[in-house]
Design a protein around this ligand. Structure first.
Ligand SMILES: NC(=O)c1ccc[n+]([C@@H]2O[C@H](COP(=O)([O-])OP(=O)(O)OC[C@H]3O[C@@H](n4cnc5c(N)ncnc54)[C@H](O)[C@@H]3O)[C@@H](O)[C@H]2O)c1
Length: 358
């Protein structure tokens, strides 16, 4: 049976990946040490998801390893060797804001951890496809220098601008802008992944995500905005919007659609490829629009405040241009739009809140 290694397997993208690959008949080896609970407290714990995977998937094995642990990861890869056909690396310190609290932790998890996995792949299974979940934060705050226009519920890029119709493509510079420490550690990992493709010829693919979301998100204040918004609306917790009058725009892609994109890449990998991957024009919203949707779906008002404080390096408007990926993999398409994404998150949150109070 062919083996896939999935890091961050208890997280939003990792767990969706584990389920997807298992369904394709692969044996899935998950690596996750629940460090999300260390980053974000109990709200962020992904232990529930680890347990669920072990219960649901017959050919799934969980390893509570730290991706920075070169010896332990190397040993696991040595044991699995050439049976590994696919490595999907989603483990990360994923928050912009958290990174400044512990720069060493952020950098070592995101950059060193990626290096450990790339090198383990090169040493023990060089024929495997390696997929890295990067982020649009690698472009720093450069998107904020686009000509933006304020509309009633959102910021928009000027209609005459080439990015207006399809969003921002991969030609945007990564250089000379403010990234936050998180953006910087992800740039290091993003470039390392490209380099293992270009320099060593590994079949690496880098996917720069917009907002990734779905029902398996352990939404916390500092990460997973749609999931956290819904959690607040349903539980009555107060919610704070930071800056830009709540009109900042995010594109949102469902974890299934992203993982399905990984699968298409795995069928025919292009070494060193880089893709912007998000909801694009197909699925996007501003904070105010997301709140409006949430309130309608939950049937109750969100208790929120608008703060003038802006998150350092935060994007005002981000929409991913996914046409490069679509051109390389024309068989891939979206299954989810924003409406369906929101409905699923609301249903999953209601179920989890019910279980917690039962
Ligand atoms: N969610 C988003 O909106 C978004 C957007 C762009 C990019 N990304 C990237 O996509 C990837 C997946 O994001 P997600 O939303 O699924 O994150 P997540 O936090 O839900 O999952 C990541 C998992 O990695 C685990 N982990 C963290 N550090 C670890 C370590 N040192 N060793 C082992 N496991 C560790 C965590 O416990 C968690 O379960 C990340 O690389 C993230 O930076 C996410």
């Amino acid at each position: 049976m062919s083996v896939a290694v999935v890091t961050g397997s208890a997280g939003l993208i990792g767990s969706e990946t584990a389920r997807f690959l298992h369904e394709q008949g692969m044996e899935v080896v998950g690596i996750d040490n629940n460090m999300r609970a260390y980053f974000f407290g109990a709200d962020g714990s992904t232990e529930w998801n680890s347990k669920q995977l072990e219960k649901d998937l017959k050919n799934f094995r969980h390893h509570a390893l730290d991706v920075r642990d070169e010896a332990a990861v190397g040993e696991l890869f040595a044991e699995l060797g050439g049976n590994i056909e696919l490595v999907i690396h989603t483990a990360a310190q994923p928050s912009h804001d958290w990174a400044a609290r512990e720069p060493f932790t952020d950098f070592t998890v995101n950059a060193n951890g990626t290096l450990v996995l790339l090198e383990s792949t090169r040493q023990h299974c060089p024929e495997a496809t390696f997929i890295f979940t990067s982020t649009n934060k690698v472009y720093g705050d450069l998107p904020n220098s686009l000509p933006l226009v304020e509309k009633s519920t959102r910021w928009e890029v000027n209609e005459s601008h080439p990015y207006y119709e399809h969003g921002i493509d991969e030609s945007m510079s990564l250089d000379q802008s403010k990234h936050s420490l998180f953006g910087a550690s992800k740039v290091a990992a993003d470039i390392l992944t490209q380099e293992y493709g270009r320099y060593f010829g590994l079949k690496t693919g880098t996917f720069r995500g917009g907002c990734l979301t779905g029902p398996a998100h352990s939404g916390a204040e500092l990460h997973g905005f749609l999931a956290y918004l819904v959690k607040c609306a349903m539980s009555g917790k107060p919610y704070t919007i930071y800056g830009y009058k709540g009109k900042q725009v995010r594109d949102n892609i469902h974890s299934y659609d992203l993982v399905n994109a990984f699968w298409h890449f795995f069928q025919n990998p292009i070494p060193g490829a880089v893709y912007n991957m998000g909801g694009s024009r197909h699925s996007n919203c501003s904070m105010l629009e997301a709140i409006d949707y949430t309130e309608k779906l939950c049937g109750r008002e969100l208790n929120y405040v608008l703060s003038d404080q802006v998150r350092s390096g935060d994007h005002i408007w981000w929409i991913s241009d996914v046409r490069k990926f679509q051109q390389d993999y024309p068989g891939w398409s979206y299954r989810y739009d924003l409406k369906r994404i929101m409905e699923e998150i609301v249903a999953a949150t209601a179920e989890r809140l019910e279980t917690a109070t039962a």
